[in-house]
Each structure stands twice: as C-alpha cells, then as structure tokens.
Design a protein around this ligand. Structure first.
Ligand SMILES: *Cc1c(COP(=O)(O)O)cnc(C)c1O
Length: 419
C-alpha cells in the first residue's frame, strides 16, 4: 500500500487485512505465501555471516524465524500496537518462553489465581524449579501489592479468567507495576486485541493464544508474545550481556527469540501461521457476533429458574461489570453457568444439539465443557474450590451461530432434563 500523502491511521480490520501488503509480496500475491523451506540460502556468504551476527535482518534456519510466521508476527504487533512479536507453536509455548527467557532461580512472580488450567500447572513447574509464585485475587490491586517482594520480576494476569470470568483490575495493577518498575504481563486471549488493548493499562508484555479467537476456526494451534515497548529493560536484571548490544527496547525480544524459541524450539509452523493469519482477518466480525450471542445467552440463562448462577461480565450483577465496561469494547464470548442441584450436567449436555461437548475456546461453533470433570479435574477439589469452580460448572465458548438457534438449543435442553 503506497500513499503519496502522510500515512493515515486505519481501523482494526482494515489494518489487519492490508498488513501483508505493506511490503512487496512475490507475484503480487494477496496473502503471504506459505514458505516451507527449513533454511534460507545466500549468494554472498558475507551476508549469511551478517544475518547470523544480527547485523542484517534476514532468515537463517526455520526454528528461529520464517517469512510466513514473520508476516503473522507483524500482524499481531499491529493489533496490539506493540514493538514486536514472537510466535510459538502454541499459547502454552509462548507462556513457557517467558519463564525460560526471563525468570531465574530465586525470582518471584505474582500471578492471578484465576488462571487457564495449564498455566496454573506451568506455574507449579516454575515453582519446583526455584522461582516463587504467589497466587493472588487479581480483581483486588491491594492483594497484588501485598504480595510484591524485592525479587518480584513480573505480575501475570488474564483479562477475563477462564472459566469463572473474573476480571483483573488491570488499570490499577498497571499503575502499580509502573511505579515499582515491575514487568506487567497480560494474557489477552479471552478478550483478544480487538476487545482490549493491554498497552492502555501499561502492560509490558502480552500473551495471545492464537489457537483461540484470533485463529478462530479451531484448525491451527499457535501462540504469541508481544513486547508493547512500555517496559524499560535496562531495569531488568537478567538480560545477558550478549544481547545488550541491541537497542534497549529490543533486549527482551532478542533474548526470548534466542533463549526460548531457538533453544527450546517450540516453533510455529508456516502452514499454521497461514491459517492463523487468514483467521485473524475476520477477528473483529466474529468477536462482535459471538459477544452479542454470549450476552443474549447469558441473559436468557440468568432468568431460568433451573440455573443456579451465570458468570458473564456483560451481566450487571457480575462483580467486575464496571471494569469490563470501561476497559473492553464488548464482553467477549466466554460464559459459564451452574445448573440447579439435582440436574445431571451430563444429561443436560447430551440434550444439546448445536453446542458441542469439547474443550477449546474461540471457535466459530459454540463449545461447552463440564469444567470440574475435565480440564480442571487434575488439580483436585481443594484447588478448584479455591478458584471458585463449582462441581457443576459448565463453560461455554459462544460461537457465531444465528442467535435464536443458539438460545433455542440451550432452552430446549433444559426443558428436557427438568420436566
Ligand atoms: C488456551 C489458552 C492458553 C494456551 O493456548 P494453547 O494454544 O492451547 O497452548 C493460554 N491462555 C489462555 C487464557 C488460554 O485460553
């Protein structure tokens, strides 16, 4: 895209749709092609050396970077208004990369206790390896502040926690972290950069599980870390001397690309990157529709006498409804609810015709899962209770079906198990 006048600022979808074409693409191709080559050759061997020494940009070996993946990284950087992005094979690989690249024995992390189950499990591993993790109720900034120690390197939260939809008080946590010079990491998966811009609350790094709503079609795994350019890495104790030759803003990205991506090798494949980039083109359209569906479904369930509780940030009685309203464009596609005692949740699930009993989130199709019996089974009843997970809790990732069809599906299933 070339303009003779000064560059205009485009909207979210326009920016993503045309992000590939900011640079020349082979044969005028509208999509960045899927580059399957593992390595990249140079006619001038001196150039090869310069690329290896980081003095010239370019690709060397596919584990550290690939043109198709790189186009996706730029797309995500634009969505998050960040400085740069590194993609990984999965969302968990992206979170693991933070730990591998930035944390050392004796460090301390403050993490929201309302977490994606596998992130919770990862923090247990981190602790076993000598980094202390304090789990706090991140809906209360006082709890975060109380947990800080001189060794605290990062505060980690999710925007809308899965499955109970608690919302971290991110504005205040961001201010606190900026005052103390602590890295604030936000997992933006549930809101996506379309609903929420973590940079606006002073986050330094953002995680996105691209597998979910950004890819959106349940056909590719992927994750990303975006440096938002707000954190002063000269204050961070564990940047290796070797990487300090780069401008300060780049330090973390360079170190994570080398120490986490290169050395641990959880590289995103080019075919997956292509699927995710195509999915991302319609992120805003899908999020508008699934958020709308989720709000209607939450309202319907909340009025049903056979439903004991509905957790959705768009409902006025949600404890962080006001925070959600002030920070997010809409309330997202995740909701969870509890059936009244005596209704068998498996019988109910088996009556649903459209909503599919499965894990995963952010698909076009509506997905539902009994949380305590599946994704949160391993952690046991005590930790579940701590996290506010009722044994009958059903988590719904609301899709883009026609609204009335979806409402009818949930209403009909409830009639079947209660009459
Ligand atoms: C799914 C998810 C992840 C992990 O992503 P994967 O691609 O499945 O590894 C991390 N954080 C949140 C909030 C998620 O929902």
């Amino acid at each position: 895209m070339t303009h003779s006048s000064a560059p205009r600022k485009f909207g979210f979808t326009t920016t993503i749709l045309h992000s590939d074409r900011q640079k020349d693409i082979e044969h005028g191709s509208l999509h960045k092609p899927i580059h399957t080559s593992v390595t990249f050759g140079y006619r001038d061997a001196r150039e090869l050396a310069l690329v290896f020494q980081g003095k010239q940009s370019g690709f060397r070996y596919g584990r550290q970077g690939n043109p198709t993946v790189s186009a996706l990284e730029e797309q995500i950087t634009k969505m998050e208004q960040g400085l740069g992005t590194i993609c990984f094979a999965t969302g968990m690989a992206a979170i693991g990369a933070l730990f591998q690249g930035l944390l050392r024995q004796g460090d301390h992390v403050v993490s929201s206790s309302f977490l994606f189950g596998n992130t919770n499990s990862l923090w247990q591993t981190v602790q076993a390896q000598g980094t202390n993790v304090s789990f706090v109720d991140a809906t209360r900034v006082e709890e975060v502040e109380k947990a800080l120690t001189p060794e605290t390197r990062m505060v980690f939260v999710e925007t809308i926690a899965n499955p109970r939809t608690q919302i971290a008080d991110m504005q205040k946590i961001g201010e606190l972290c900026q005052q103390r010079g602590i890295l604030f990491v936000v997992d933006n998966t549930m809101t996506t950069p379309y609903l929420f811009c973590p940079k606006n609350v002073g986050a330094g790094m953002v995680v996105n599980a691209l597998t979910k709503a950004i890819g959106g079609h349940g056909d590719a795994l992927g994750g990303s870390l975006t440096d938002l350019g707000t954190y002063d890495w000269s204050r961070y104790p564990h940047i290796l001397e070797n990487y300090k030759k780069n401008p300060v803003k780049q330090w973390a990205l360079v170190q994570i690309r080398a120490k986490s991506l290169r050395d641990f090798g959880a590289t995103l494949g080019p075919e997956s990157a292509h699927h995710l980039a195509i999915g991302a083109e319609t992120l805003a359209l899908r999020m508008d529709r699934s958020s709308h569906n989720a709000l209607q479904l939450a309202r319907m369930l909340a009025q049903d006498p056979n439903v004991a509780a509905v957790h959705y940030p768009g409902l006025e009685n949600h404890p962080q409804h006001d925070i959600a309203k002030s920070l997010f464009r809409s309330f997202g596609a995740l909701l969870s609810f509890e059936l009244k005692d005596g209704i068998d949740c498996f019988d109910y699930l088996n009556q649903l015709q459209l909503a599919i009993s499965t894990s995963n989130l952010g698909d076009n199709r509506t997905l539902i899962i009994p949380v305590a019996h599946t994704i949160f089974y391993e952690m046991g009843p005590a930790r579940r209770a701590e996290m506010g997970i009722a044994e009958s809790l059903l988590r719904v990732s609301v899709g883009i079906e026609d609204t009335q069809d979806l409402l009818d599906d949930f209403a009909y299933a409830l009639q079947q198990v209660t009459q």
